[in-house]
Design a protein around this ligand. Sequence first.
Ligand SMILES: NC(=O)c1ccc[n+]([C@@H]2O[C@H](COP(=O)([O-])OP(=O)(O)OC[C@H]3O[C@@H](n4cnc5c(N)ncnc54)[C@H](O)[C@@H]3O)[C@@H](O)[C@H]2O)c1
Ligand SMILES: [Zn+2]
Ligand SMILES: [Zn+2]
Length: 409
Amino acid sequence: MSGNRAVAYLKPGAVEVRTIDYPTLELQDGPGVASKNVGRKCRHGVILKVLATNICGSDQHMVRGRTTAPEGLVLGHEITGEIVERGPDVEFLDVGDIVSVPFNIACGRCRNCKERKTGICLSVNPARPGAAYGYVDMGGWVGGQAEYVMVPYADFNALRFPDRDAAREKLLDLTMLSDIFPTGFHGAVTAGAGVGSTVYVAGAGPVGLAAAASAQLLGAAVVIVGDLNAQRLAQARSFGCETVDVSRGPVEEQIAEILGEPEVDAAVDAVGFEARGHGSADAPEAPATVLNSLMGVTKAGGALGIPGLYVTDDPGGVDQDARTGTLKVRLGLGWAKSHHFTTGQCPVMKYHRALSQAILHDKVHIAKAVNATVIGIEEAPRGYAEFDQGASRKYVLDPHGALNGVRAV
Ligand SMILES: NC(=O)c1ccc[n+]([C@@H]2O[C@H](COP(=O)([O-])OP(=O)(O)OC[C@H]3O[C@@H](n4cnc5c(N)ncnc54)[C@H](O)[C@@H]3O)[C@@H](O)[C@H]2O)c1
Ligand SMILES: [Zn+2]
Ligand SMILES: [Zn+2]
């Protein structure tokens, strides 16, 4: 095998589908590869034929030029595929297995992995704790928006679907297990969503919608989703959520109209550092808006789940502070209300097996909730552009036609 079509970051606003090398069981030098990772042997890895790989809001931060991602970085951290080659140290997976791959790369051997904190594995990224495929500052592991990709520490990372036929049939739902479904679920769980709770989710992008569907799965009495994108709010209503339009004015007033009181039990930030200010449709970016408004609307003693991404370097930040990820967060308010906060990468592995069972046994309809939309890998630039413009869709790339005829369940 020689070529491998893959989606690469070109420059702010542009991605390109290009032919890269077919993966090997060794991390080769390339754009974004940490120097200490060059030549890293992956006898514990597998090579996957990618069956489904999704475009994420996290990719958009890079493609909008809001990170220091290098030109040529191959994108894609949401990967589901079939094993076509296994390294000599792989014990429990076989060629032909269909697997979901957590977007976090974890070794399974370090202190944090042993504590199930797989989003901050200590040994896969020489620059800082935590690694991912196709992501700036995440070790340089080659992205999976490609026909083929190498997955290291495969026994530990991969979730194998024992029934291949069932996996293929529900692939459009199962592809959400690599990131947004566990991420949304983690947001809801860490916010304290549970039976009978009231939940506010800021952001009606795919992660917010996944958090809302997760809160429902957890038994929430009312799930309210906020955004300023009317189409995305309509998508949230399509599966039973209430909505608030943050461009109309204060969130707490709109929550009071729905609940009869201005507070909720649990709140999720599914927006992150590119948050827009409230109160007008063309409000400029105000990166601490969501964090501050969530502290305002969450009951005393409640919690904030914060999957929305915050960065240490943002070349496009609104001011000097924002450019170093320094935000004007009203911590005094959160402190006074004894709030808990949970930030960081979602440790996907904590949740993906249980959520796969919920999908396979029809307990949740995650692909419908996020409006999963299949496109070919050559159409990736269009998918990125439409998603950037706020399309209410979760774009799923289908490099090998595996999703032909597959429907959301
Ligand atoms: N923690 C993790 O492990 C993890 C995993 C995946 C994604 N993420 C992050 O989650 C965030 C959401 O991802 P996504 O794919 O849904 O992105 P997205 O960009 O599609 O969605 C963000 C939504 O927030 C809305 N928004 C902007 N300002 C708002 C405000 N003040 N109040 C309410 N809504 C507002 C936007 O209109 C948009 O619809 C991103 O920051 C992404 O990087 C984190
Ligand atoms: Zn993602
Ligand atoms: Zn580790």
